[in-house]
Design a protein around this ligand. Structure first.
Ligand SMILES: O=P(O)(O)OC[C@H]1O[C@@H](O)[C@H](O)[C@@H](O)[C@@H]1O
Length: 299
């Protein structure tokens, strides 16, 4: 159990970093820098908020989110790890793995000369993870808050055997209106359509949302744009260590999601920097892999 007083003693930074009690006793890191503020939940190492100074919030966070209770918080940037989507072994283990449902450990906080704040969180094999996955691992999440938000998830194989993972930084971007939103950058890219049993299709033009959208873009570009004319905002999403991008909006299926209002599908789009489908990652003992996403406003 990580005590708030101890965390504040060890890792708070003057005006920039402090630890607070969030809903249901979950510990949150509140970050303030000259160029942005952010909130991170230790449960899931999940960024829940990032707001550049004088600009709109980047992320959607459902008002009906469940905090803790082995559920993922619905919004911000959940981490899907060590598998993306349904249990690849078909044994009914939790969708999107277990990292989003575990309390992570704080390893470091510091402020750079530029004013950016960097937070490092860690997860290693434990009794809970072993219920679902027998491997030994070291997982590190670096979160860098400044004029942009950078997330870097480093997986190191500390086991005696190789293992294979899939994963995603499952960012829920807040938008003004789904009807005035498009994603640019995937023209002429193939994708697997999860709503049609993973049928492969070709994207023509920008992605627009008119129905349930659940796609894994293959050989994905290293950057794309989320254009939202209601908020008059263009976000740039840069990725590294990833060859797949997942684009998801549940549309009317939001009704079946207990932790989301029925019409909330109009207010977010998920664009997920991933290693999914054939883009899984195999690591030998001692090897590491980094999955990186950076989000910023494009003027
Ligand atoms: O409800 P969950 O487990 O957080 O998953 C939400 C969605 O996450 C997306 O990444 C998947 O492509 C969807 O198929 C899934 O429905």
């Amino acid at each position: 159990m990580q005590d708030i007083d101890r965390l504040n003693q060890q890792f708070s930074l003057a005006e920039a970093v402090r630890f607070e009690m969030g809903p249901n006793g979950l510990i949150m890191i509140e970050i303030t820098t000259p160029s942005a503020s952010a909130k991170i939940s230790l449960y899931g190492a999940q960024v829940l908020s990032y707001k550049p100074t004088h600009k709109e919030e980047f992320f959607y966070l459902s008002e009906q989110s469940v905090y803790g209770d082995a559920k993922a918080i619905r919004g911000g940037v959940p981490i899907c790890w060590p598998w993306f989507g349904d249990d690849p072994s078909g044994q009914g283990r939790p969708a999107h793995g277990f990292a989003r449902n575990q309390v992570w450990t704080v390893v470091d906080t510091h402020q750079k000369d530029t004013g950016e704040v960097a937070v490092k969180l860690q997860l290693t094999a434990n009794a809970h993870s072993r219920q679902f996955w027998h491997c030994d691992f070291h997982l590190e999440m670096d979160i860098i808050v400044g004029a942009s938000l950078t997330l870097r998830l480093t997986t190191t194989n500390t086991d005696k055997e190789s293992f294979t993972i899939s994963q995603a930084l499952h960012s829920y971007f807040q938008i003004g209106d789904i009807n005035n939103t498009q994603v640019r950058g995937f023209d002429n890219h193939h994708y697997l359509d999860k709503t049609l049993d993973f049928t492969e299709k070709l994207q023509q033009g920008n992605i627009r949302f008119v129905t349930e959208t659940d796609r894994i873009y293959l050989h994905a570009p290293t950057y794309c744009f989320l254009e939202d004319s209601s908020l008059n905002r263009k976000l740039l999403i840069r990725s590294a260590g990833s060859q797949t991008t997942v684009v998801w909006n549940p549309w009317q299926k939001a009704i079946s999601l207990a932790d989301m209002a029925n019409d909330d599908y109009q207010r977010f789009v998920c664009i997920e920097t991933a290693n999914a489908a054939d883009d899984s990652v195999t690591l030998s003992p001692g090897e590491s892999h980094q999955l990186v996403a950076e989000y910023l406003i494009q003027d």
